[in-house]
Design a protein around this ligand. Structure first.
Ligand code: AMP
Ligand code: SF4
Length: 442
């Protein structure tokens, strides 16, 4: 999921839209923007990609100098239009909109609210947060109500709130999800999940919102309102592997460089006699470049990606082999035929993509296919909002390395070690639970 918000521009909603456009990769299920003109909060939400959700006629309805937005990532739990964000509610202190990226750790708060008669209209965790704030907001200022609420809720999330005159950003105390602050040349403030959102606005990167920090942006400027300390800081390492854009800088490191370093380390793990290194586009490109540079093997774009594949593609007939992957990825036969290929991808989850890619390369005439994965085996589901299948569906849980190699049909298979992944980001204190099973928050 992605969040983005803008404070202090007459074009706040349009700028937020641009941010969401740049953050499309973090959620394709649906999108929404809420804006405040100081008197009322208006919202527009719909299922689909950002380019389809917002038409020109939407923006005149999203007036004001403040806006927050959300791109929804689809998890099996809440795939329904009613769960799109931002949500807007009327609280004792006035209107409040919320945009959440990530999840709360447990459903306990919702169940407890329900037992006390609270009515829910969505499955979204953000509605739980709104109710808890509403209950506190009768006795204290909005900022305190938000802070007290967030203190009571564990999870992996970045969250934006918008009142009629403030934009408030909070990042989970474990720092699992990224959240950054930027500033446009017109002195509007931007808060977003990734720095790539700033680039589209020519906005400058100011800093990360720190784990557990609440930032309030108002007419008085940017105030770091409070910081919750004492938690194990554990940024999600999978952001570097897959989730983030390669042109983003995350937790102070450029994602592209980290992926390249993973590729270099992967090449150092063992020596392969091969003719070429090719990436699985786009997820394996940076790592494959690193691998090629380190191994000295030539780099080629041996698989081409169709960037226009939508979700609604209709299969012409069932019996076309590997159709699912072929519609998206196609080998360049003249490069592949007769060659010993090292193919680099970012991760293996269920194993279906790798299996289809190996078969596709063999069909294109590759004499050997050496699959190299720029992350360790995914062994455990994520509890913090990345949609991973049940443990039993993760191929690394069912098979050992040799059996996975056989399953995907590769000549050889190797994964980056966890030590090498952590070495690439020069960081031990990160969440790597989907690889290690060591959850920073239980
Ligand atoms: P699988 O076919 O299940 O092994 O999935 C592996 C492929 O999915 C890799 O090519 C990854 O780039 C991609 N991938 C990894 N993690 C995710 C995720 N959380 N959501 C969507 N795709 C992913
Ligand atoms: Fe990221 Fe994996 Fe931790 Fe989930 S379990 S937060 S995907 S590192």
């Amino acid at each position: 999921m992605a969040v983005a918000g803008v404070y202090g521009s007459d074009n706040a909603a349009r700028l937020t839209y641009s941010c969401l456009y740049a953050l499309q990769h973090r959620g394709q299920e649906g999108s929404g923007i809420a804006s405040s003109d100081g008197e009322v909060i208006c919202v527009h939400r719909a299922q689909g990609l950002v380019a389809d959700v917002y038409k020109e006629q939407v923006f005149p309805t999203l007036k004001g100098k403040i806006a927050i937005g959300n791109n929804k990532y689809s998890t099996s739990k809440d795939r329904h239009v009613r769960n799109l964000q931002p949500l807007v509610a009327e609280l004792p202190l006035g209107q409040l909109a919320i945009s959440l990226s990530g999840v709360l750790l447990t459903d306990e708060a919702r169940q407890s609210l329900k037992r006390r008669g609270t009515i829910f209209t969505t499955d979204a965790d953000s509605e739980v947060i709104l109710h808890l704030i509403a209950q506190k907001a009768a006795d204290m200022p909005l900022e305190s109500a938000i802070l007290e609420t967030m203190k009571s809720l564990q999870g992996g999330y970045a969250v934006l709130f918008m009142s009629l005159d403030k934009l408030i950003a909070f990042r989970d105390p474990n720092g699992l999800k990224p959240l950054i602050l930027g500033k446009t040349t017109d002195n509007a403030y931007v808060v977003a999940s990734e720095t790539a959102a700033l680039d589209l606005l020519n906005a400058e990167y100011v800093r990360e919102i720190e784990p557990g920090e609440m930032v309030v942006i108002s007419d008085s400027g940017v105030e770091s309102y409070a910081k919750i300390n004492g938690y194990k800081v554990a940024p999600c390492v999978f952001e570097y592997v897959y989730t983030a854009r390669p042109d983003s800088t995350l937790f102070s490191l450029p994602v592209y460089e980290v992926r390249k370093e993973c590729g270099r380390r992967l090449a150092r793990q063992d020596k392969v006699e091969a003719d070429l290194v090719i990436p699985v586009p786009d997820s394996g490109i940076a790592a494959a470049i690193g691998y090629a540079q380190e191994s000295g093997l030539p780099f080629e774009l041996g698989i081409v990606r169709n960037h226009y594949v939508g979700r609604t593609f209709i299969r012409p007939m069932q019996e076309i082999r590997n159709f699912g992957v072929k519609v998206k990825l196609n080998p360049v036969d003249s490069i592949i035929a007769g060659k010993r290929i090292v193919v680099v991808d970012d991760s293996i989850v269920r194993g279906t993509t790798s299996m289809q890619i190996v078969q596709m390369l063999k069909d294109a005439g590759a004499s050997e296919v050496h699959m190299r994965i720029a992350s360790p085996p995914v062994l455990f589901p994520c509890r913090y909002g990345i949609d991973t299948p049940d443990k039993s569906d993760l191929i690394a849980n069912r098979y050992n390395l040799e059996d996975i190699r056989k399953f995907i049909g590769a000549t050889t298979l190797d994964y980056l070690t966890l030590d090498n992944l952590k070495g690439a980001i020069n960081e031990n204190d990160c969440c790597s639970a989907c690889f290690s099973g060591s959850y920073p928050l239980v």
